[in-house]
Write a protein that binds this ligand. Structure first.
Ligand SMILES: [Zn+2]
Length: 461
């Protein structure tokens, strides 16, 4: 271990900055960790200052915001309080898709940013940009919330992950060594599950002996369902951080029992990284007010504290492409009061977001449907909103909204990937619908399994 420690200390900063293009990561992490000692007033003052800087920057350096602020008679130089944001319309994925160039700042060079895609769980694909400074802050912010769950840069965080695009297909030896000694973040693909794969993941997890597991709730619970006694014992494990999907009490229970560790819910996205994270008090989620400004709204108007509404997020650090009042597609509520853990970041609760069922194949094996959608939407052609419905083992229905109407090549891409992924699937049907309706709970479900539970039991017998 001493050897690994020396490698990390000497090569770590170089590797992150030069190889991964994440500059000043350790300095940013140190800075963010210091905010853990700040008072609520200090945190909000910092947020206000960063917000004003971002508004002024957006006005000066992007065509989109210059036009918008002028239309709304909004003067960023006179920004005094977040209530003034009510004057501004919200930013939607459609606007970003239509006006990507006008949203890019004219003072950030191409080699200072990198592009990224989001979409999977909202069913709408969207391209966006981040600058490298922002990217580094993102990772540092993630490190801080991981730290609340017991992690530090000298320990391992293992990913039980459904997004195949985050996995390198044939990693070279340099990458494997870096994962082992420097980044210490091995990824295990859990988008498909049978007993064999579950046993292998269990063995590999045991061998890397992580301090933290980061996972989507559905794949983690599915993995535990497939291993003996529904348990994986990892002696060093301090916490399991769940993200990407809503976390339900029965899942918390299954994960806590299965891994014998505390579960920490995390609200994060590809656009903003860590937005709010649960602390050791396990009450509500602490909002990263030093990274984002989060509003709870109804049709673009801020709601009083404690009311449930639509979440809008402004990124305080992405100067390459300002996101101001962005509609993430989730709902939540600000909680009053302080947390017993001593952190002073304000609290968020009852986040209702996006969810999915699992699919079943002809052998009764589980396909974590979130992995299908993440691949189809994030890696696939441009389509409107998408929902996939497994009608039976042999039939899947794909619903699209008509913006744009999918052509034959799009349908072929969906059909081929679904056929390859779901054994026994014979027919993929397509339907164009005006709108994909949310569930009664308000949750948007991007994958639905309509197979009768009795039939699932029969297939598994
Ligand atoms: Zn707390």
């Amino acid at each position: 271990m001493a050897f690994a420690g020396i490698v990390r200390k000497t090569l770590g900063p170089y590797y992150y900055s030069r190889r991964l293009n994440i500059p000043n990561l350790f300095a940013n992490f140190k800075e963010y960790r210091e905010h853990d000692n700040w008072s609520r007033e200090q945190l909000l003052a910092y947020q206000h200052e960063q917000m004003k800087k971002m508004l002024v920057h957006a006005y000066r350096h992007t065509k989109y915001y210059r036009e918008l602020f002028d239309e709304c008679s909004f003067d960023p130089e006179k920004y005094k309080s977040s209530e003034q944001l009510n004057q501004l319309p919200i930013l939607t994925k459609d606007i970003i898709r239509d006006r990507l160039d006008d949203l890019m700042a004219d003072d950030i060079g191409e080699n200072e940013c990198y592009d990224s895609f989001t979409g999977g769980t909202s069913g709408v694909k969207m391209q966006f940009y981040q600058d490298l400074v922002c990217r580094s802050r993102r990772v540092a912010m993630q490190w801080r919330s991981d730290n609340w769950a017991g992690w530090d840069p000298d320990t391992t965080v293992a990913y039980v992950w459904p997004a195949i695009q985050d996995l390198m297909e044939n990693p070279g030896w340099k990458h494997r060594l870096a994962v082992k000694y420097i980044t210490r973040n091995p990824i295990f693909y859990a988008g498909f599950m049978d007993h064999e794969r579950a046993a292998r993941i269990k063995e590999e997890l045991t061998s890397v002996n992580p301090t933290i597991i980061r996972c989507f709730p559905t794949p983690a619970v599915t993995l535990l369902e497939y291993v003996a006694d529904n348990r994986i014992d990892l002696p060093n494990l301090k916490g399991v951080i769940t993200t990407g999907e809503p976390l339900y009490p029965h899942q918390t229970e299954a994960i806590e029992q299965g891994f014998n560790a505390e579960v920490f819910n995390l609200y994060a996205s590809r656009e903003f990284g860590t937005t709010a994270a649960e602390c050791a008090a396990h009450k509500d989620l602490h909002i990263a007010v030093d990274s984002v400004l989060l509003e709870i709204t109804d049709r673009g108007r801020q709601l009083p504290l404690g009311q449930h509404g639509e979440i809008l997020i402004t990124d305080l650090h992405n100067y390459a492409m300002p996101f101001i009042r962005y509609q993430v597609g989730d709902y939540g509520q600000l909680a009053e009061g302080d947390c017993s853990c001593g952190l002073n970041y304000p609290l968020l609760k009852n986040v209702v977001g996006r969810a999915s069922d699992n699919f079943i194949d002809a052998d009764g094996n589980t396909i974590v449907a979130i992995s299908l959608v993440l691949h189809l939407v994030d890696n696939g052609p441009k389509v409107g909103q998408v929902q996939i419905v497994q009608k039976s083992v042999a039939e899947v229905l794909v619903r699209f909204t008509p913006d744009p109407i999918p052509d034959e090549s799009v349908k072929r891409f969906y059909e081929e990937h679904l056929m390859r992924s779901v054994k026994g699937l014979q027919t993929v049907k397509f339907d164009i619908v005006d709108k994909i309706e949310p569930e009664k709970s308000g949750k948007y479900k991007f994958a639905i399994c309509e197979i009768d539970p009795q039939e699932i039991r029969r297939l598994r017998a």
